[in-house]
Design a protein around this ligand. Structure first.
Ligand code: SER
Length: 890
């Protein structure tokens, strides 16, 4: 049975039983404290908690989910996938345990001819929470399951939580026995590979908080109503019903393995290592496809980083399969074709999706090239100094800075005969991981806050008045300190304040939050930040600068008008720059992210190469012309489909309400979905000066600009700079570039000449040094400190010159010098000296040992170095002593 068919049967079955079919929501988690939707119930949490009234009492969905905690396990087991689909049926205060168990039993074991899945009832086992006698009795009565196929387990296995404060409850899981060839008998408590869990029925009836682990949390009370949340793993059922061995071989995933086989010329099933690689590719490519489909782009943090890792791991796995050419352009279409039936938007949007994926592969390939060069240089250096091991910190730097995977470092260092200090590398990785965990913990504090925010949101959404006024009388609805509710705050305190109504714009859509004050009788609060941590709730972070404030107080909330004017200029400026970019570079140069605050804007957009200086000027020119045209700025509300049909640009990664606000500047020239604050006419923006253009990851560029007075000040500063230079160089402004170039060229020539003169002077002393050689035994020896020299090469040239003047007898020349504050000793020996056992390499090592550094080289010329220049005389003396004892003195 195809996966799409299993999915369809699920939705039909529950729709026929009065459940409303709810489309999957995006993979982006609605809760800011988690990255992705991890279960089918996530979009329904507010209904379960009773924070919102559910529009229906029964619902069903097939929800897209991503879990990446077990990413390293992917491909190695039969059931770990980063992307999966969860079939769910939900009851909000309607049916409970009995209904959930009856439906599940019928759908699992009912015949395929009747639209069910047709599993053999004798192969079904279930588990219940250890004291849930009610569920156990229902399984006996409804399904006729014998006692021994109803197993009881503790909190860790049979109590479901999201891992965060919220709804939770005991659960009952349904397993299918795959047969003796997959493991030991005895049910899921013995072997979870043989007994595969397909469906989890959660009896959601409690609210929990203080979640420390799977089985450590605090039950704070009953939910308003008893709910049912079930989740069936669509992929798992598919692999059972399709008679394959694991989820990578089902119809929606295997086509990528087929493509990987074709590309690599290797066969799936021939070697375990290759099989794992192909499964990794199949899983990751599909997950990446779905994530990009939902508007996520590769980046170095959060969701974008997960996506980047998935893409890079795929490319890396293909490399290990012997494919060095771009692989994604073959793999992505295969995955799109497999998933397109269930998700048609993947097909219509594939152009954009594939562009992002392929650009990331290109970028990673460049990383591999850069990393390889760095690794090669490090390896060469280590070899030169006689080492055999690549230090852990270098392996870590390659990994951390260049995204160079450790297995690649191991493999490539091995090819060159070096081992890697893996222990050191792992220690650094652990430190980094611990730091990340500590970070995540500190964010967890925010989860307690998120419960408190929900409570503050309950009486209704904050009324935003800031489109029409800057000063609004309001009332303090509540306050939080460190995430916990407080009743009062006094001078010096920093707290979060929620008002009934506010003119303060909360940071969103790229626009920074408003600045200003909130005042009350005798109290003055300075607004430091304004955020909307959950939908509909505006939270002001304030410092109490005067007086005291309590919940319920009447206040006046006042946005700083200067600030707001700057914010409007900057935000409208961002739209103007966006439209200008698309006019100059083409409509594909779509905004991928932006940030603006008074005087400044930055905008990231999709584009594959750096802007040429002329393109940059043109963008700036188009933007400033639009300002000069004094275009009208207007906004209106409409439905999302209407807005799209109207050509308004919706940004990926943003979630929009049914009714959206469309802001226009100059009619269709700039039409964007935007909740920001804007000027009334484009001329009010004043001036835009582009100040920078750079890369922000593959396929994405960033422009930065100053706006309004800031732009003017910037240009004025540049003018002053030019004036200083023309003054100093005594030229007209337009002659500056030429003059600077000629000054630089002359400087370079002079430096070259100086270096030549220095070397000449040094070499001129060669004759005198040779003449002053002392005879130690039979060896003529020069041991001389040349003082400061420009380079080691100069010292080497002098050593060779002196050696050449010493005639046919055995000769050793040792020259000390200081190069860039560090001591160096150069040793040269001639053939008769070498014959008598005096080798330059060994002598240089002797000198280096005194200098506290390393040394070596060939038998005829070698060098040693160190750190302490005061030891140079001692180092030369050591060479002299060695000549005396090792041969010369004989
Ligand atoms: N929330 C439960 C799970 O994810 C059942 O849907 O397993």
């Amino acid at each position: 049975m195809r996966t799409a068919e299993i999915r369809r049967r699920w939705l039909d079955y529950f729709e026929q039983r009065d459940h409303t079919v709810v489309p999957s929501s995006s993979l982006i988690s609605p809760d800011p404290s988690t990255l992705f939707v991890i279960a089918g119930m996530v979009p329904f949490i507010p209904y379960m908690l009773g924070q919102q009234t559910p529009p229906w009492q029964r619902a069903t969905s097939v929800q897209k989910c991503v879990r990446t905690l077990d990413i390293e396990e992917v491909g190695k087991t039969t059931r770990h996938g980063t992307f999966f689909q969860m079939n769910g049926n939900f009851s909000f205060g309607d049916y409970f345990k009995e209904g959930a168990i009856s439906y599940a039993w019928e759908l699992v074991t009912g015949s395929q001819a009747d639209g069910c899945y047709g599993f053999d009832p004798d192969k079904i086992w279930v588990t219940v929470y250890h004291d849930d006698d009610e569920a156990a009795a229902l399984w006996k009565r409804i399904a006729g399951l014998p006692e021994e196929r109803i197993q009881r387990r503790g909190k860790k296995d049979n109590y479901w939580t999201t891992g965060q404060p919220g709804p939770a409850g005991p659960c009952s899981e349904i397993y299918v026995d795959r047969g003796a060839q997959y493991g030991a008998d005895g049910g899921p408590v013995v072997d979870e590979d043989r007994f595969l869990e397909i469906w989890n029925l959660v009896f959601m009836q409690y609210a929990i908080d203080d979640v420390r682990s799977k089985d450590e949390f605090r039950i704070v009370g009953d939910l308003k109503q008893k709910n049912i949340d079930t989740g069936m793993g669509l992929e798992r059922v598919a692999y059972l019903l399709q008679g394959v061995d694991n989820l990578y071989e089902i119809d929606e995933v295997f086509p990528v393995i087929t493509a990987a086989q074709e590309l690599s010329g290797r066969r799936y099933g021939a070697s375990r290592d290759d099989d794992v690689r192909m499964r990794v590719v199949a899983d990751h490519v599909r997950s990446a496809l779905m994530l990009i489909g939902d508007g996520i782009s590769p980046s170095n943090e959060g969701r974008g980083y997960v996506l980047r890792r998935l893409l890079r791991r795929s490319v890396r796995a293909m490399r290990l399969l012997g494919v060095e050419d771009p692989a994604l352009p073959h793999l992505f279409p295969a995955s799109k074709d497999a998933m397109g039936q269930s998700y048609p938007e993947l097909v219509t949007d594939f152009d954009r999706i594939s562009r992002i994926a392929y650009a990331e592969e290109e970028a990673f390939r460049r990383t591999l090239v850069a990393g390889t060069t760095i690794l090669d240089t490090a390896v060469a250096q280590i070899k030169r100094s006689g080492g055999l091991t690549l230090p852990g910190d270098q392996a870590f730097a390659l990994h951390d800075t260049y995204g160079f995977p450790i297995d690649l470092t191991l493999e490539m260092a091995g090819e060159q005969g070096l081992t890697v200090d893996e222990k050191g590398f792992r220690e650094l990785m652990t430190t980094q991981r611990e730091r990340a965990r500590a970070d995540a913990k500190s964010k967890k504090g925010g989860q307690a806050a998120s419960t408190a925010y929900r409570a503050l949101r309950e009486p209704g959404a904050t009324d935003f008045t800031g489109y029409t006024e800057l000063s609004t009388p309001s009332t303090v609805r509540g306050m939080l300190r460190d995430g916990a509710p407080v009743h009062a705050a006094t001078e010096g305190d920093t707290v979060e304040v929620v008002l009934d109504r506010t003119p303060f714009y909360a940071e969103s859509g790229g626009q920074d939050s408003d600045a200003g004050v909130i005042t009350a009788d005798g109290a003055r609060l300075e607004v430091l930040d304004v955020q909307r941590p959950i939908k509909g709730l505006v939270v002001h972070t304030v410092r109490v600068v005067e007086g005291e404030i309590t919940t319920g107080t009447d206040v006046l909330a006042q946005v700083d008008p200067e600030w707001r004017l700057g914010a409007r200029q900057a935000h409208s400026g961002t739209h103007v720059v966006h439209a200008a970019l698309r006019e100059v570079l083409g409509p594909d140069a779509l905004q991928a992210g932006s940030y603006n605050k008074p005087g400044y804007l930055r905008l990231d957009f999709a584009y594959n190469q750096a802007l040429s200086p002329s393109a940059r000027s043109e963008v700036e020119d188009v933007a400033n012309r639009a300002i000069r045209k004094d275009l009208g700025v207007s906004w209106q509300y409409m439905s999302l489909p209407e807005a799209k049909a109207w050509g308004a640009i919706a940004l990926f990664g943003e979630t929009y309400d049914d009714q959206v606000r469309v802001v226009e500047i100059g009619g269709p020239w700039s039409r964007e979905l935007c909740g920001g604050t804007h000027v009334d006419h484009s001329s009010q923006i004043g001036l835009i000066a582009l100040t920078g253009e750079s890369s922000v990851g593959s396929g994405s560029r960033r422009v930065e600009a100053l706006v309004g007075l800031e732009a003017f000040h910037h240009l004025a500063r540049e003018r002053a700079l030019v004036a200083t230079l023309t003054d100093a160089l005594k030229v007209r402004p337009e002659e500056l570039p030429e003059r600077v170039a000629s000054v630089v060229a002359r400087l370079r020539d002079a430096e070259k000449e100086l270096a030549g003169l220095r070397q000449g002077r040094l070499l001129a002393g060669a004759g005198a040094l040779a003449d002053a050689a002392v005879v130690l035994g039979t060896t003529r020896t020069v041991a001389h400190d040349a003082g400061e020299v420009s380079s080691v090469d100069d010292l080497r040239a002098l050593a060779l010159d002196v050696r050449g003047r010493m005639g046919q007898d055995a000769a050793v020349v040792a020259l000390g010098g200081i190069v860039k504050d560090r001591p160096v000793v150069l040793v040269a020996t001639n053939a008769p000296a070498r014959d008598s056992g005096l080798r330059a390499g060994a002598l240089a090592k002797t000198a280096a040992a005194v200098l506290g550094g390393g040394g070596g080289g060939k038998d005829d010329i070698a060098q040693g170095g160190g750190t302490d220049v005061t030891l140079l005389p001692a180092a030369l003396a050591a060479v002299r002593d060695t000549v005396v004892t090792a041969g010369g003195g004989r």
